[in-house]
Design a protein around this ligand. Structure first.
Ligand SMILES: N[C@@H](CCC(=O)N[C@@H](CS)C(=O)NCC(=O)O)C(=O)O
Length: 242
């Protein structure tokens, strides 16, 4: 049952039985911002991705892909991939809709979401893995340092392409904020922090970014969620202090 909390509808029963495996990293932050915009509260544990806690047992037993975020459901199932988790949460608690309230709204959100992920955020992420994050990631995943500069260039090119696609509207999907805005914002903010700032000369993207950055969920999603369950299988994260 969804209970009203202000404008948001909170599925207290379902959300309370979940555990979000959170981290001080952009994909988990997308989900934190999504939860904040939805007014959903989910118990969480913070995984130390800097120290590689996500690449060892017991976390690998939960998500063999070794990445955050992951969402453990009350029945023992575990979901990974931030987009899949967001889709699941939206189905559990549809209001306020961040993917969409109608078939058309959902399709438009997914259209923008895929444009954002396939053209921009994956490039920023991989360029980080192959350059600034190379020392951390070379032992974890295949890396291609020689590709980093090209990936950065493509991300910037595709941002100019997105800028040209945008209408004179507040959000990617027009008048309503959607998951696509959240994912793009979080990854552009990450890019700024890791030497991949976007071109603030872009006429529509720049005011769009500032608009999303001004939302309370933008600042509130920066740190990992703090709630921890007492029977944690994962230790608290020392990286959170920084
Ligand atoms: N496509 C995945 C990406 C997951 C991902 O790359 N997570 C990063 C944090 S942004 C992580 O756990 N990195 C640590 C590692 O790969 O060892 C998603 O959206 O969930």
């Amino acid at each position: 049952m969804c209970l009203a909390r202000g404008a948001a509808q909170v599925n207290v029963t379902v959300a309370a039985s979940m555990t979000l495996y959170d981290a001080d990293s952009p994909s988990p932050r997308c989900l934190r911002m999504f939860l904040l915009e939805k007014g959903l509260s989910v118990p969480s544990l913070t995984i130390d991705v800097f120290g590689g806690e996500n690449r060892r047992a017991p976390f690998l037993g939960l998500n063999p892909a070794g990445q955050t975020p992951a969402l453990a459901l009350g029945d023992g199932a575990v979901l990974a991939e931030s987009v899949a988790i967001a889709e699941y949460l939206e189905e559990c608690c549809p209001h306020p809709a961040l993917i969409g309230a109608t078939a058309l709204e959902r399709a438009l959100t997914r259209q923008w979401w895929r444009r954002v992920e396939l053209n921009v955020t994956e490039f920023i992420h991989n360029a980080y893995h192959y350059a600034e994050g190379l020392d951390r990631f070379r032992e974890r995943i295949p890396v291609a340092p020689e590709a980093a500069a090209g990936l950065k260039r493509v991300a910037q090119d595709r941002l100019a392409w997105l800028d040209a696609l945008l209408e004179e509207e507040p959000f990617l999907c027009g008048q309503r904020i959607s998951a696509a805005d959240i994912w793009l914002y979080v990854w552009l903010d990450f890019g700024i922090a890791v030497g991949q700032p976007f071109d603030r000369g872009l006429k529509r993207l720049t005011p769009w970014f500032d608009r999303i950055a001004a939302r309370p969920s933008a600042a509130a999603s920066r740190p990992p969620l703090r709630e921890r369950s007492p029977d944690s299988v994962c230790s608290p994260s020392p990286s959170e202090a920084s």
